[in-house]
Design a protein around this ligand. Sequence first.
Ligand code: NDP
Length: 282
Amino acid sequence: MATLLDGKKLSQKICAALKSKIAKIERLKDKKPGLAVVLVGDHSASQIYVAKKEKTAREFGFYSEVHRLPAASEEKEILNLIKYLNESPKIHGILVQLPLPAHIQTQAILNAVSPLKDVDGFHPLNLGRLFIGDPLFIPCTPQGVMELLKEYRIEISGKSAVVIGRSLIVGKPLAHLLLGQNATVTICHSKTKNLEEVCQTADILISAMGKPHFIKNSFVKEGAVVVDVGINRFHHKIVGDVDFENVQKKASFITPVPGGVGPMTIALLLQNTFKSFERSAS
Ligand code: NDP
């Protein structure tokens, strides 16, 4: 039976360490790191994610603002809000919750966030810096996956890693981070032929496709490390991309959903916000 890669536990550890650092700084300087979240529209999953981010930020000593804008908001209104947040001394991290309504050009909004407050790491400058090996902010989900692998001392160098998904938010940066640690990386997507066979070659198999229970036992090499980034609503439950019940019998390590990569994403968001705060103070 696989060992669980317990993201809930590790995220609590990261957040608790941040909380004690913040408490110390607050006593000395009466300042705390601030996170602003921008939510446009009433996408139900986004509302849940934003509420969770706000609650966790407050619980661990951060100042938190959530700006909720109606779905019909014009691009200019969102850009004005971002300009205000870029200039606000109380705010060190800005997160624009995705997806944005269809009439908004997502990239134009992401480009407007100051790269110095872009704690999600989605600004082209930050993605570019990541790709040249000089990162300022690394996208939180891929960074969270790497922290989990590190915590459980999973060897990456020389291993074969297969990443399913090529989004700018998860798949591409994650593949790059694995490459940076000397894995031999294969990126798969919806046009990949023989996905099952490609997955069978993986020492480390990471799924970020968003398809409930797609990754069956037969996709997994005996003893592989399986990381499930997927968050899917399925029969009124949240499940991952991996058929956890069966795959856990074959894998050496596996992330649960929920309780795996999800909480790590929030912990890294707070860690990035804290780093931005420290940088602004130095
Ligand atoms: P996207 O929809 O942007 O990307 C999905 C990727 O999966 C695409 O590259 C797509 O290929 C690929 N894909 C889809 N179907 C198949 C298939 N049948 N075979 C092979 N590849 C396939 O999603 P995101 O990257 O934003 O998110 C992926 C998942 O991770 C979602 O479930 C999301 O909810 C979850 N997520 C979880 C987070 C967390 O904190 N745990 C944070 C962010 C996301 P193509 O490019 O060809 O379309």
